[in-house]
Ligand binder design. Structure first.
Ligand code: FES
Length: 170
């Protein structure tokens, strides 16, 4: 075998391994990259839309008193089961005006409780306290309770639920 033929063979073998390396490297990059890109884009592409959820007949809500209502979150996963349920506090005032606050504390999301005698919402986790209009009275919450848009349709109170985290502002 001449020196020239040997060099040519080495060159083609080197090219062959270079192509294999590039191909395998590209496949590995795709296998790693596709799930990463998918997980980044999924919340944007599959953004759940807010949904109007009926929570009870208007007349069933006591005047000037907060009543807790349960409903399914706007973005339940198929396997979420009971954890897809969330809640809100609804108050009907004169002239059928409705106020709806998320049950989740604006600090770290613990469920707040309406204490009727004190006219305050209390958070059991870190002592957050809110006035009846949802503004902060004491404790660590950086803002007031989140509110939900609400409407009355065919005598039913409906809440426009949003995926958690709730982005509606007071
Ligand atoms: S979660 Fe409510 S005060 Fe911290």
């Amino acid at each position: 075998m001449s020196e020239k033929t040997k060099t040519s063979e080495e060159c083609s073998r080197r090219q062959f391994f270079t192509h294999i390396s590039i191909t395998l490297g590209s496949l590995a990059a795709l296998m790693v990259g596709i799930p990463i890109v998918g997980s980044v884009l999924a919340p944007i592409v599959n953004k759940p839309k807010p949904i109007w959820r009926p929570v009870g007949e208007l007349r069933s809500f006591t005047l000037d008193e907060y009543v807790k209502v349960n409903f399914v979150d706007a973005s339940p996963l198929p396997w979420a089961g009971i954890t897809a349920e969330t809640a809100a506090w609804v108050r009907r005032s004169k002239n059928d005006e409705l106020t709806v606050f998320s049950v989740n504390c604006a600090h770290l999301g613990c469920p707040v409780r309406w204490v009727s005698g004190a006219k305050l919402f209390m958070c059991p986790c870190h002592g957050g306290v809110y006035y009846s209009d949802g503004t902060v009275a004491a404790g660590p919450p950086p803002r007031g309770l989140y509110s939900y848009p609400v409407r009355i349709k065919d005598g039913q109170v409906e809440i426009k639920t949003s995926p958690i985290p709730i982005t509606t502002v007071l």
